[in-house]
Ligand binder design. Structure first.
Ligand code: ADP
Length: 485
C-alpha cells in the first residue's frame, strides 16, 4: 500500500518534540513491512543542511491560490532514505525561517497561511507525484488535508478514493485562528459551523481534521480515553466522543538504536541486564557533570529531562521541593522552557548546593547520561499523550516515578516488592503530596538492593520498539482503504 505522510516535523530534518521522532521512525518501519511511504515536510531553514548537493526539484512550481493573490511552491526531491521517499515543500517567504512555528516572543501570526498552504501543496503534489491509498496526517498543522479533500477537492477524480488517518500527538495544540480564515483559505462558509470547524467563534484546524478524517489515532490507549473527557479534551472532547468508534490509541515506539545502554556511545560505560556494573560508572560520570561528586555512594539519584512546561507537572515539584531536598537523595535536572520553572530550578539548586543541580539548556548527550546515571526518573506530567523519556528510562534500568496519565500510565506498572513485579512508581490525582508519596515509595524500595535489581531488570526486559506500533498503524490504513473502496 502507498501511504503519504504529511507533518510539520520529521527527525532528523526538523524537530521540536516527540512528533518529529514518530514521523522520523514510523515510515522506515512501514517500508520494512512492504509498504511504500512518502513523507512531505515544509522546507524550513533547518532542512536545508540535510539536502545534499544541488537541489533537485520534483515539481518546479505549483500554484496555491489565496483570496486575491497566488503563492507558488516547488517540491524539492529529498531522495530516498531507508526506503522512504522525502519531499520538501519549498515556499521560502513562508518557511525559510529559523523557527518552525515562531520566535521566542510568540507564534508567527500567519501560521494559518503557512500550514494552509502546506496542506494544499501536499494534495497538489500528490496528484503529480503519486496519489496514495491513505494520507497519514499529523497534528493541527496537517489537519486541513482531510478538510480540503472532502470539501473543495471532493470531486477530484484522482483524489476521491484516497483515505485519511489523522494522528493527535498533543490535543493541547489546535491551530486557532479568526473566522475569516475560512475565506482566506478559500473554504466555503458552510464549514464554519459548530459541527465542523467552528469552535467558540474561531477557525480550528485540528477540529476540522477530527471531523473530516476517516479514522483518528492518538499516541497511547489511555490518552485516547482521556481526550474524550472534559478534563483532557481541551474542549474537543465532544467531537472526539462523537468519533469514538473511529479512534484508536497506538503507543509510540522508541528508537533503541539511539537509546540502549548496551551500545550508547554517550555514556562513560555500557551495561546490560546481565551485567549492570557499568551503571555505577555512569552514575559517577553524571554526578561529575553536575558538580555533585561529593554525594555519597549510597544516596539515590533522581533525574529530570524535560521541557519546563506546566504540562509536565513541575508545579507539583515546586510544592514539595524543600521537603524533597531534605531527603537522602540527589536531584539532577536538564531542561529549558517557561521562565517561571527555569527560575524555580535555579533557585532550588542554589538553596541546596549539596544535592540539587540543574542545567538550563538542550543537550542530547547529557540527556543520555541522565537516563543512564540516575536511579529514578521523575515525570509527574499533568497530561502526557505518550511520553518518551519514561520508556527510555525503563531500558536504562532507571525507575520512572510518574503521574498515572496517558502514556505514562500505559507504560509503567507499580512496583510490588512481595511479588517482584512492576517497573516504577505512580501516583493518581492532582495533589503534590501524591508525588512525594510515590517518591518515598521509590526511596524505600531502593534500600532493598536485590529487590531493586529485579525492578531494574523488569524494565530493561521490555520491548517498546517500533515493530509493534508499525503493524497497528498498517491495520488502521487497511481498514481505511477497505472503507473507501
Ligand atoms: P514532549 O514531546 O512533550 O516534549 P517527550 O517525552 O515525548 O515529551 O519527548 C521529549 C524528548 O525531548 C525526549 O527525547 C527528551 O530526551 C528530549 N528533551 C527534552 N528536553 C531536553 C533537553 N533540555 N535536552 C535534551 N533533550 C531533551
Amino acid at each position: 500500500m502507498h501511504i503519504v505522510f504529511a507533518a510539520s516535523e520529521c527527525a532528523p530534518f526538523a524537530k521540536t518534540g516527540g512528533l518529529a521522532d514518530v514521523v522520523g521512525a514510523l515510515p522506515p518501519e512501514l517500508v520494512k513491512l512492504g509498504h511504500e511511504v512518502t513523507v512531505y515536510l515544509p522546507l524550513y531553514a533547518t532542512v536545508r543542511q540535510h539536502i545534499e548537493g544541488e537541489w533537485k526539484y520534483a515539481v518546479r512550481s505549483i500554484t496555491i491560490p489565496f483570496e486575491h493573490y497566488n503563492r507558488f511552491v516547488g517540491i524539492v526531491d529529498g531522495g530516498k532514505r531507508n526506503g522512504v521517499q522525502y519531499y520538501f515543500v519549498d515556499c521560502p517567504e513562508l518557511f525559510d525561517r529559523q523557527g518552525l512555528y515562531g520566535t521566542r516572543t510568540g507564534d508567527y501570526p500567519n501560521n494559518w497561511e503557512r500550514f494552509g498552504l502546506f496542506c494544499r501543496a501536499v494534495l497538489e503534489a500528490a496528484k503529480l507525484l503519486g496519489v496514495p491509498q491513505v494520507f497519514h496526517v499529523h497534528d493541527w498543522q496537517a489537519a486541513l488535508i482531510p478538510v480540503y479533500l472532502r470539501t473543495v477537492y471532493s470531486l477530484d477524480p484522482v483524489l476521491r478514493e484516497a483515505g485519511v488517518v489523522l494522528t493527535i500527538h498533543n490535543a493541547g495544540y489546535q491551530g486557532w485562528f479568526p473566522p475569516d480564515t475560512t475565506e482566506r483559505l478559500l473554504f466555503p462558509w458552510e464549514i464554519f459551523t459548530m459541527d465542523k470547524l467552528e469552535q467558540f467563534d474561531n477557525f480550528n484546524f485540528l477540529k476540522g481534521g477530527l471531523v473530516y478524517s476517516d479514522m483518528l489515532t492518538t499516541v497511547s490507549r489511555k490518552y485516547a480515553e482521556e481526550i474524550q473527557t472534559a478534563e483532557f479534551g481541551e474542549k474537543l472532547d465532544g467531537v472526539l466522543r462523537g468519533r469514538a468508534a473511529d479512534l484508536r490509541g497506538i503507543l509510540n515506539g522508541v528508537d533503541y538504536a539511539q537509546w540502549d545502554p548496551a551500545t550508547d556511545g554517550n555514556l562513560a560505560a555500557r551495561y546490560t541486564p546481565e551485567d549492570l556494573a557499568g551503571k555505577r560508572e555512569c552514575r559517577a560520570d553524571l554526578l561529575h557533570a553536575f558538580g555533585l561528586e561529593k554525594v555519597p555512594e549510597s544516596t539515590p539519584v533522581i533525574g529530570i529531562v524535560s521541557r519546563f512546561a506546566t504540562q509536565k507537572g513541575f508545579d507539583f515539584v515546586t510544592e514539595i521541593a524543600d521537603e524533597l531536598a531534605e531527603r537522602n537523595v540527589a536531584l539532577v535536572a536538564l531542561g529549558t522552557g517557561e521562565p517561571i520553572y527555569e527560575r524555580f530550578f535555579r533557585e532550588w539548586a542554589f538553596r541546596n548546593q549539596a544535592n540539587v543541580a540543574v542545567q538550563i539548556r538542550y543537550d542530547d548527550a547529557l540527556a543520555h547520561k541522565i537516563e543512564a546515571g540516575a536511579d529514578m526518573f521523575l515525570m509527574p506530567s499533568r497530561y502526557e499523550p505518550c511520553g518518551l523519556n519514561q520508556i527510555y528510562s525503563l531500558k536504562y534500568g532507571t525507575a520512572p516515578v510518574v503521574r498515572a496519565t496517558g502514556g505514562l500510565d500505559d507504560t509503567i506498572e507499580e512496583w510490588n516488592a512481595e511479588l517482584g513485579t512492576g517497573t516504577g512508581f505512580k501516583f493518581e490525582g492532582l495533589k503534590a503530596s501524591g508525588l512525594l508519596e510515590a517518591i518515598d515509595r521509590a526511596l524505600k524500595a531502593f534500600e532493598d538492593k536485590e529487590g531493586w535489581k529485579k525492578l531494574m531488570r523488569n524494565g530493561m526486559a521490555l520491548d517498546y520498539g517500533w515493530e509493534r506500533p508499525a503493524k497497528e498503524y498498517a491495520e488502521v490504513y487497511e481498514e481505511v482503504a477497505r472503507r473507501r473502496t
